[in-house]
Write a protein that binds this ligand. Sequence first.
Ligand code: NAD
Length: 325
Amino acid sequence: MEGALSFAVETAQNAFKAAKEAPTWAKAALAAAALMALREAYLSATEKSVEGEVCLITGAGSGIGRMLAKSMAAGGAKVALLDINEAAAKEAAAEIAASGGHAFAARCDVTSHEDVAVAVAAAREALGSDITILVNNAGVVSGKPLLETSDRAIKRTFDVNVIAHYWTLKECLPSMVRNNHGHVVTVASAAGWVGIPRQCDYSASKWAANGLAEALRMELRHMGATGVSTTCVCPFYIDTGMFEGVRGSWLPTLPILKPDYVVASMMTAIRRRTPVLNMPAMVNLTPLMRAGLPVAAFDWCCDFLGITKSMDDFAGRSIDAPGSS
Ligand SMILES: NC(=O)c1ccc[n+]([C@@H]2O[C@H](COP(=O)([O-])OP(=O)(O)OC[C@H]3O[C@@H](n4cnc5c(N)ncnc54)[C@H](O)[C@@H]3O)[C@@H](O)[C@H]2O)c1
C-alpha cells in the first residue's frame, strides 16, 4: 500500500515537472484537456434522471422519434407517442409495453391544434400526469428545387416542421411553467444553420424552428422559469430513410449519422439540459464560419465539403409523393 502511494506521488511529481518544462503549445493543450475533463466530470455528475417523467413525442411512429420513445421508456419515463400514422405509433407503444415500459399512443396530425389538444388531453389521462418532457420531433421534407415544389408541400413543410410546435407548446408548456418543472426538446436540423439546394422550404422551416427554440429559451429565462429546460437538436443527415439517397461529405468528421448515435446523444443532452446539440461536433463550426467568413468563402466551403450537391440524388420520403401525409 505504502509502495503504491509513493509510486503515485512520484508519478504525479514527474508529470507535474514534465508539464512545467513542456513548450507553451503543449502547456496550452494540457490546460485545455484538463478543462474539458473537468467540464465532462461536472456535466455527468449533474445529469438528471428521466425516471418518473412523462414524455410526449411527436412523429414517434418511426425513425428518431420511435427510438427516442424506447430510450425514454428504458430510462423509466412514461411515454406518449403521437403520429399521423396511427398504426406505427401503436406498434411502437406495444413494443415498449412488451418490454415492461409504460406507453400510450394516439393518431395526431400535429398541424391541427385541435388534434394536438385532444391527443395531449388523452395522453395526460392515460399516463396520469401532466407532460413534463415535450419532444417536437415530427418532420417532413419535399426535397425538390423550389420551382418544382408544390404550394401544398411548402405550406405542409412549415405546418409540420415549425407551426405545429406552437400547438404542442400551447398544450404542454402551461403545466411545466406552473410547476417550474419540464423540458422542451426541439428537433431542428443542421439545415437550420445552412441553406442547402432542394431545401428552400425545409431549410427555412428548420431555421424557424431554431429561432423558436432560441426565443423560447430566452423567454423562459426572462420569466424566471428556471426549472423548465430547452434543448434544440441540430443533426446533419441521419440514416433513417427520411433523406434516402443524400450524400454525406467526403470529410470523415461529417458523415451521415447513425440513428442510435443520434438518440443516445439526445438522451445525454436532455439529461444534461444542454441548450443546443449540434451533431456531429463539426456542425458547431457552422455559425462561427458564417460569422467569420465572407459569404463567397462560406459558399465555397459548402461546395468543397460536398454539402451543395448533397441532395442531388435525394429519394427520401417526399411529402410531394402520392399518398404521403
Ligand atoms: N433523417 C435526417 O437526415 C434528419 C436530419 C436532421 C433532422 N431531422 C429531423 O428529425 C426529425 C425526425 O426525422 P426522422 O429521420 O426520424 O424521419 P421519419 O420520417 O422517420 O419520422 C418522421 C415522423 O413524423 C411523422 N409525421 C409526419 N407528418 C406528421 C404530422 N402531420 N403529424 C404527426 N406526425 C407526422 C411521420 O409519420 C414519421 O413517423 C424530423 O423533424 C426531421 O426533420 C432528420
